[in-house]
Design a binder for this molecule. Structure first.
Ligand code: ATP
Length: 434
C-alpha cells in the first residue's frame, strides 16, 4: 500500500469520476473557481450534515441560523472589514505577477525574481452594486465571512429562543474573498463555503471554553477519518493575531503542498458585539437574569471551510495498492462521508431476470442508503469503479441468486465477499453502517 498521494492524482480522479470540475470549462475556465459534480455534491452534503449533527443536533447549547450574503454596508464598517480586511500585495517588476509576500517569501512564485514593488494593502472584499443605478449609493459587498450575520442577529435569536449563556449559533454558507493568489485547487478560492460557530460566553469562562472547542473540533476531523499523523494544532503567535483577538489556534492538515489551515478557532473577545452596538445604536449586551448585570459576552469562534475539509478528506482517503498484480485505487472514506454507500451490480446484464432482480433490490435499498445501479461493464471493472469513488459495499446479483435468493456483498476495504439473503439484506447493511 502506498500513501505518496500527489495533487495531480487526486485532481485527475476528481475530474474523471465527477467530484470536481473546473468552472466554465467549455469557455476556457474561470481561474480558481470550481464546480462540484454528482459525487462532489454528495461528499460536501455529508460533511455539512456531519458538522450540523455534531455542533447543533447533538448539543444542547447550539442553535442554527441562515443569514443573507448581502448585508447593510455599515456592517462591514463596524466589523472593520471595509478599512482593515486587507492582504499585502506586491508586483514582480520582471514578470508583473501580483502575489502575497507572506505566502511566497522574498521570491516571485512565477519567475523567481526578487525585484518587486513595495507592499501595499489590498482589500479582499468583493464589491457589488444593488439597484438599477451603479453608483456609490448602491455599493455593498459579498460577505467575506458568515460570522457577521450571526452577530447582527444576536438580539433576534436571544428574544426568540430565551437562551442563557453560554450558548452558540451555527451557520453554513457561502463567503467571497478577492484573494490575491488563489490556488492549490479548491484550497484557496474566491468563492467558498464556511461552517462557523459563534459561541457566546461570560468573559471569565472564555479561555476554558476556547480550549474545549479546540479539542472538540480537532476530534471531529479525527472521528470522520482523517489520519492523526496528518492533523495538528498550531497556536498563533502574538504577531499573527487580529488586534481584537485574545488567542487563536488553527487546525492544520498535511496536504501534498504542505501543512495548511483547515479551521481557525479564535477567542474574539467582546469586540464584535461592542462594535455593532456602537455602529447600529442598538444595545447588544446580555442581561444576567439573576444579578441583572448587563455586559458584552465574549465570543469563541470555530470557523472552518467546507471546501478545504472536502479536499482534506479526499486526499486522506486516496490510496493506491497492488492487488493480484494490478493497481487498485481506492478512496477509503469513512462510512459517514462516502458519497455512495451501496452499489447494486448485475453479473450478467444480458440476463433480464438478473437485471430485474438487481433493479428491484436497488429500489428497496435506496429508501435507506444512497445507492447506485451499474451494468455498464464487466464485474471486475465495476468493482474497481466503485472502489475508486469509495463505495462501501457492492451487492452482486448472479445466476445463483435467482435460485437461492441470495446475493454477494463485497466489502470495499477487505474485498471479502459474503452471501447474504435478499430478505435480510437491508438489516445486514443497516447493522454494518451503524
Ligand atoms: P488563510 O490564512 O488561509 O487566508 P484565514 O485565516 O484568512 O485563511 P479565516 O478568515 O480564519 O481564514 O476563515 C475561516 C476558514 O474559512 C478557513 O480556515 C478556511 O477553511 C476557510 N477559508 C478562508 N478563506 C478561504 C478561501 N479563500 N478559500 C477556501 N476556504 C477559505
Amino acid at each position: 500500500m502506498t500513501n505518496s498521494v500527489t495533487m495531480e492524482r487526486v485532481v485527475a480522479l476528481c475530474k474523471r469520476r465527477g467530484f470536481i470540475f473546473q468552472s466554465s470549462e467549455i469557455y476556457g475556465g474561470l481561474a480558481s473557481a470550481w464546480d462540484y459534480g454528482p459525487l462532489g455534491v454528495e461528499l460536501k452534503c455529508n460533511i455539512k450534515n456531519a458538522w450540523w449533527k455534531a455542533v447543533v443536533h447533538e448539543r444542547d447549547d447550539v442553535i442554527g441560523l441562515d443569514t443573507s450574503i448581502l448585508m447593510h454596508p455599515l456592517v462591514w464598517k463596524a466589523s472593520g472589514h471595509t478599512d482593515n480586511f486587507t492582504d499585502i500585495l506586491v508586483d514582480c517588476k520582471k514578470c508583473k505577477k501580483r502575489f502575497r509576500p507572506d505566502q511566497f517569501g522574498n521570491q516571485c512564485p512565477q519567475c523567481g525574481s526578487k525585484d518587486f514593488t513595495d507592499g501595499r494593502p489590498f482589500n479582499l472584499m468583493l464589491k457589488t452594486y444593488l439597484g438599477a443605478v451603479e453608483d456609490e449609493s448602491g455599493l455593498t459587498y459579498l460577505r467575506p465571512e458568515t460570522a457577521q450575520g450571526i452577530f447582527v442577529n444576536f438580539n433576534n435569536v436571544l428574544d426568540a429562543t430565551h437562551r442563557r449563556l453560554p450558548f452558540g449559533i451555527a451557520q453554513i454558507g457561502k463567503s467571497f474573498r478577492n484573494e490575491i493568489t488563489p490556488g492549490n485547487y479548491t484550497f484557496r478560492t474566491r468563492e467558498f463555503e464556511q461552517m462557523e460557530i459563534e459561541y457566546f460566553t461570560r468573559p471569565k469562562d472564555a479561555e476554558k471554553v476556547h480550549e474545549e472547542w479546540i479539542q472538540e473540533r480537532f476530534q471531529w476531523y479525527l472521528g470522520l477519518g482523517l489520519r492523526k499523523e496528518n492533523l495538528r494544532l498550531r497556536k498563533h503567535g502574538k504577531d499573527e493575531l487580529a488586534h481584537y483577538a485574545a488567542g487563536c489556534t488553527d487546525i492544520e492538515y498535511n496536504f501534498p503542498f504542505g501543512w495548511s489551515e483547515l479551521e481557525g478557532i479564535a477567542n474574539r473577545t467582546d469586540f464584535d458585539l461592542r462594535q455593532h452596538s456602537k455602529f447600529s445604536g442598538k444595545d447588544l449586551q446580555y442581561q444576567d437574569q439573576v444579578t441583572k448585570e448587563r455586559f458584552f459576552p465574549y465570543i469563541i469562534e470555530p470557523s472552518g471551510g467546507v471546501d478545504r475539509a472536502a479536499l482534506a478528506f479526499l486526499v486522506d482517503a486516496y490510496q493506491e495498492e497492488e492487488v493480484k498484480g494490478e493497481l487498485r485505487v481506492v478512496l477509503r472514506f469513512s462510512k459517514q462521508l462516502a458519497p455512495i454507500k451501496v452499489a447494486v451490480l448485475p453479473l450478467l446484464k444480458k440476463n433480464s431476470d438478473i437485471v430485474h432482480m438487481a433493479q428491484r433490490i436497488k429500489k428497496d435499498l435506496q429508501k435507506h442508503f444512497v445507492c447506485v445501479y451499474d451494468d455498464t461493464a464487466a464485474i471486475g471493472k465495476l468493482y474497481r469503479r466503485q472502489d475508486e469513488i469509495g463505495t462501501f459495499y457492492c451487492v452482486t446479483v448472479d445466476v445463483q441468486s435467482l435460485e437461492d435468493k441470495q446475493v454477494t456483498v463485497r466489502d470495499r476495504d477487505t474485498m471479502q465477499q459474503q452471501r447474504v439473503s435478499v430478505s435480510g439484506l437491508k438489516d445486514y447493511l443497516v447493522e454494518k453502517f451503524s
